[in-house]
Design a protein around this ligand. Sequence first.
Ligand code: C2E
Ligand code: MG
Ligand code: MG
Ligand code: MG
Length: 259
Amino acid sequence: MTGVALNQERLLLHYQPVVDIAKGPVAVEALLRLNHSERGLLPPAAFASALDAPRLARRIGCFVLESALTQAETWHRQGLPLRVSVNVSTYHLLDQEFLSDLQMALDAHTDLPASAVEIEITETAPLLDFAKAQKTLLACNRLGVRIALDDFGTGNASLTYLQKLPAQTIKIDQSFVRNILHDPKDHAIVAGVVTSANLLGLLVVAEGVETTEHAALLTQLQCHCLQGYAIARPMAPKLIPGWVTQYNVQSYHGRRSLP
Ligand code: C2E
Ligand code: MG
Ligand code: MG
Ligand code: MG
């Protein structure tokens, strides 16, 4: 752990909106932060090794599930039915307790439908133990929880995972999105992923949408959802309802097309 003492009391979640181009704000991604006494709020990169340590991964994963579902349930009760996406670490996904941890979190929040919960997985877990990852993900779907393939395209077996894992969402990694305006290769790759997602009946989210021009081009490519600084930065949960209202008001008055 790169010089950061990990203390669970100081972990918290920020939330980054995901906007459906046709419908407006539909989801938020829960992103972990560590409130460090001297260094302030730190992103996961500052304590990534903790997320990759099998023992800590489960404890942190349970904290994230519990607090994200509590928060999303509160929003649902307030009439703000946002889906919540939770990043699940490889070690937690492959832990034999993962399914019961997920089930327990769902059971504790009955005002939140399982279909409003999505878990985001990267390619590392299936790489370590494909059969187990596949079995666990199928069981998640049976619970009603959605699955997103995060950072899609950056691994070595993206198409195999698309073919063999039960997923409802593809999140195109920001490294492909960043240069779509100027790089014909990246443009073609993103267009191809969007087309594949549409043919497979999957929801497709572009990550790292940093400018209005990116948003416009992704809209033209018929990407369904956008996430990135051009839409909103990750923010404290108390700011989300106001942000959603403001976004909807501005769209209603036509003051913004997107973002
Ligand atoms: P990710 O799941 O791909 O999350 C997206 C990351 O991109 C977030 O970084 C977000 O702040 C950042 N981002 C969003 N929009 C933009 C943009 O327009 N431009 C750029 N340059 N970046 C953007 P963050 O919060 O630092 O998280 C980094 C990674 O840490 C996440 O990548 C995820 O893999 C991991 N992570 C975050 N929260 C959790 C968690 O609760 N559990 C686990 N296991 N991993 C987590
Ligand atoms: Mg993610
Ligand atoms: Mg990602
Ligand atoms: Mg990422």
